[in-house]
Ligand binder design. Sequence first.
Ligand SMILES: [Fe+2]
Length: 306
Amino acid sequence: MADQLEILRLPYACGAEVRGVDLRAYSDQQFGQIRAAWLENLVIVIRNQNVTDDQLTSFGQRFGVLDELPPVGKGQKPRDNKYISVISNVIEDGVPIGGLADDEVIWHSDTSYREKPPSASILYSLKLPAWGGDTGFANMYLALETLEPALRKKVDRLEIKNDITYNAGGQLREGFEPVKDVTKCPGAIHPIIRTHPETKRNCLYLGRRRNAYIPGLKVEDSEALLDQLWSHATQDFLNWHHKWKVGDVVIWDNRCTMHHRDNFDPKTHRIMHRAQARDDLRPARDFTVPDTPHDRGRVYLGNVAL
Ligand SMILES: [Fe+2]
């Protein structure tokens, strides 16, 4: 069938490569396959693309309502396309053209501090550094499945307050004060275990570690519990690191993954264009849904048993 795409599942905890599509022109049937591959594999990469901001915008809009993204670099002028932001370390005339510079970016899910965080995040690579800058993705279905049973039980009905004050690069956001007390910092409260609204599977939803707080607990108890969850959820067996090539478009499901970026050669340039789409839903738990094994888990556990 001419419309049939090749979905190449990667041998890690998540990820698939989608082959045989040009994002400047694709059929509804092909988009259906892309979306299904995304839901099933959590993260997909489509290589060798050559798209304008407007074409990337049209593609992103197929995943949901696109967020308007304000300029993320200090002193940066608004871009013509308000749905595409730039992630880069390039500085032009003393002004960064994008956000997040060249440091490592810690594990997180995008904008978990909002009441309705985005469902899909999209990155398109235009220029890559000499070394580093890979992006890791972690499977949060599998993180829940492999959580130690007593810990799983303990966090069953708990929530996390997701601090808004700092970005994932550790920079204080404009207009916010440094956090002195995690119980008081602003940010949305979401369940630690959420039910994915489309796959109907439960997964861990941790947001980001910095200044997170579990309401109802003493700060020291909240810190200890969060440390336990984070040391589990960031183990290597739960993730896959994508090595970028120019022209890659990567789309991840922000509801059931976390991601982070390695640092990279600051003397060379990295330029990415980014869009994010939302399903307009608050992260929620459906208590009628039982935990179910994720097929990536069976692969992993099978490998270990061997
Ligand atoms: Fe991010």
